[in-house]
Ligand binder design. Sequence first.
Ligand code: DGL
Length: 264
Amino acid sequence: MKIGIFDSGLGGLIIAKAIRKEMPKYDFVYLGDTKRVPYGNRSHETVFGFTREAVEYLFKKENCAIVIIACNTASARALRKIQQEYLPKNFPDRKVLGVLIPTVEEVASYKRVGVIGTTGTIASNTFPIEIKKINKSTKVFQNPAPMLVPLAEEGEKKLAIGFIKKYLKPFSSKKIEALILGCTHYPFYKKEIRKILPKNVRVFSQDEIIPKKLKTYLSKHTEIAKKLSQKGEAKLLVTDMTKNVEKLSKKWFGENTKVKLVNI
Ligand code: DGL
């Protein structure tokens, strides 16, 4: 059985590449819902519906034992319901994990934390709620950064700089010590973001967090780990063959892996 990695678009490939680097022996299948990206400005119900369909596809058609939702919007809007209602009813022996809680666990010890994410992630308040569950005294400041998703899907850097500056500005008076890149498209801009922020602000990028967390999870959950095949294969699936798919999948996943179009 495989490890499935799902994102609304191609941004999650940056996380998928980092996971694969950490665990090269396993077999991976990445699914990007390029037909329906972005999820960030959609309703709670819609994000849940799309995410459920993607997870179901990865379980039924790709025989995944575990799916990582490499999308903060879907982690914030759909993960709990999938874990608590959908899985027990439909796939009681499979697992679905998100990227939001593992990130929160790394950051909660800081006193003043900034978060950028999609409009949906920020509106859900999931980051502040989950951070405060671990550390009540942490102050969390949030700002949505929606334009970075379509710009990243275009592989566009130059045009993004103005938006990054605008999105980071509200944090300048907040004396933040850490900034969460709360969207899996944002690691594409982590160098630019680190350059703009004061040196003392630590930037938390999920490509540097999720791989280690997944490795630890699998070492603790041997009932899942032992089901996983280890041929070192990777497969990329998309729901729309947009013009950037080939270029970005090479750039972000870093290989000549064939991309296949699927209907979910
Ligand atoms: N990459 C996704 C996230 O982490 C969402 C981007 C979008 O579809 O709006 O939130």
